[in-house]
Design a protein around this ligand. Sequence first.
Ligand SMILES: *Cc1c(COP(=O)(O)O)cnc(C)c1O
Length: 463
Amino acid sequence: MNEILKNDLDNFASILDEIQKDSISFLNNINEVPTSNTNQETDIFHLPVTGLGASTTLGLFNEHFKKLIVSSAGPRYWGYVIGGVTPAALAGDWLTSVFDQNTQSTQGSGDISAIVELQTIKLMTELFRLPDHFNGGFVSGATMSNFTCLAVARQWAGRLLDKDIAREGMSGEIVVLAATPHSSVIKSLSMLGFGSNNIIKVKVEQGRERIDLEDLEQKLIQFSGKPVILNCSAGTVNTVDFDDFQALTVLKNRYNFWMHVDAAFGAFAACSDDYIHLLNGWENADSITIDCHKWMNVPYDSAIFLTRKEYQKLQVETFQNSNAPYLGNPEENFSYLNFLPENSRRFRALPAWFSLMAYGKEGFKWIVQNSVDCAALFKNYLETSEHFEVLGNVNLNVVCFGLKNQSKTSEFLNILNRRGKIFMTPTMLDNRQCIRAAFVNYRTTKEDIDIAIQEMEAVLENL
Ligand SMILES: *Cc1c(COP(=O)(O)O)cnc(C)c1O
């Protein structure tokens, strides 16, 4: 064996020890780690001829790159929709790399981690109080989940046209409707050959981000006879608006379309009796996208897709490997290899399984309520302030706001973010530039809101 490798292998325990110490010190001080980094200069290294070994490499990383790491997993990183990492999720994530399984088949000899993955999907549907008619799997994020679901939708639409689109390609005859699609849905449609310009926009209700049902019905009548795929939202990113899935179900029964629900983080509303009504009727979806690295507080990268079991054959048609041996009945002969985009992949279900078992229904209910409470506190402050205004509705855990002096909003955000105590991201709402604060991290407390307010007032003084 190469000498350096051999030496590392002999010293595995002390290497893991060092990493553990470093990890504890980072995680225990995460509140003090800056939320942004103004020093963008990075050192450049050349590939060594003789390797340095793991321990020296760790030292090198700590010296040169550690300063670039920001507390995106900390309590005051409110940009994008970034979840944190619970202890159990980290445990599962570490072990995922330790075990290094290649999660594919539920049969045969060798690795059977796919059995745990299927069980984890089942636990997730229990958490979301979804009926038993869904199956699914883990992918890297909601983007890949949207992609997977829409790929099966495409195969379904092809079936209505007597075409096997996975084999024959697109016909251009399929109608895709959406009102407030996340950018990843548009990206998925372009990757799938629908052409992202071909999405037909459905109107939204006045003052809301959800589908206007009258406009939708008109379009469904207009396109009757063609296969229709409807992208719905369970939590839009700006105002966390939910489509009316019960009303959509009535239309679905009348007009037969594929109902895809992008519930990347909004799915977690199902964890609370107070919010589950927002999702009423979503169980009638054909496919659902849910992120684990957002409100579930599992580390990057992790998401699931759910599709109805009745579409298992369509799903295998979509993702089967052309050189795969005879697949038989996909339900009896289940393999993730022919069920989603990746072939080889890590045991991504494990951090989720650890989280589900460690915190249970009550734990996730608490996480959801804590985020909603934080958003409400922050909104209250903004409403009483003479400088800020809340923009759009605050339905759950996201607050959009701007400066009353609109021209200063962008400068304000830049300065605020550069100070490194709090991080938020810009967004557009009703054609207006604003700032979005998304609350999903379980670590965030009232004290963090107070710190954010102090920071915001300090920036205002110097603006
Ligand atoms: C974040 C998000 C996505 C994209 O998810 P990734 O995990 O970044 O791939 C899609 N839809 C919604 C509603 C989201 O919030």
